[in-house]
Ligand binder design. Structure first.
Ligand code: MN3
Length: 194
């Protein structure tokens, strides 16, 4: 369940986008994943484990399993009380690997803008380093098919369904606005756990 209202991320993400995104898009990935694994040997596995071996499974599991995991992460790393800057070890890490928080934001947005078509932008731990990547469709860095593999700690949806009602074709504007709702405490928790 979402921990905030559909309208809680206004004006950066509008209520109708959140409602449709959560109930229709995320809801469909979740139902389709459940249907795809029902009665199979992987039904009881944690989603992370399914994704790490996703090349062995059907496209339905790759697409909907990715969609299920990615959206759960996305809802969690946003908050109406978000924005600002990370602190502590996460900020130190960002400064170490990207130069500064502002440079990190520029590089992350470039990864999101540069993803042709639909996909995600990621901040992940890859071989012990904070790294930015992007993936197509509902792929993510946990998957054995990912170009850059690792543990995602921040993921931003750059499918048009995530921003089109408010931002239309202006994906860069959405990727500028999103920093106002990023829950850095949650990203820091994932960073420390990874
Ligand atoms: Mn989405």
């Amino acid at each position: 369940k979402l921990k905030y209202d559909y309208k809680a991320l206004e004006p950066y993400i509008d209520e109708m986008t959140m409602d449709i995104h959560y109930n229709k898009h995320h809801g469909a990935y979740t139902n389709n994943l459940n249907n795809a694994i029902a009665g199979t040997s992987i039904e009881a596995l944690p989603i992370e484990e399914i994704l790490r071996g996703v090349s062995k499974h059907s496209p339905a599991i790759r697409n909907n399993g990715g969609g299920f995991f990615n959206h759960n992460l996305f809802w969690e790393i946003m908050s109406p009380n978000g924005g600002g800057k990370p602190n502590g070890e996460l900020l130190k890490g960002i400064e170490k690997f990207f130069g500064s928080f502002d440079e990190f934001k520029t590089k992350f947005a470039a990864a999101g803008v540069g993803r042709f078509g639909s996909g995600w932008a990621w901040l992940l731990i890859h071989e012990g380093k904070l790294t930015i990547s992007s993936t197509p469709n509902q792929d993510n860095p946990l998957m054995d098919v990912a170009e850059i593999k690792g543990t995602p700690i921040l993921g931003v949806d750059v499918w048009e369904h995530a921003y089109y009602l408010k931002y239309q074709n202006k994906r860069p504007d959405y990727l500028t606005a999103i920093w106002n709702v990023i829950n850095w405490n949650k990203v820091a928790e994932r960073f420390e756990a990874a």
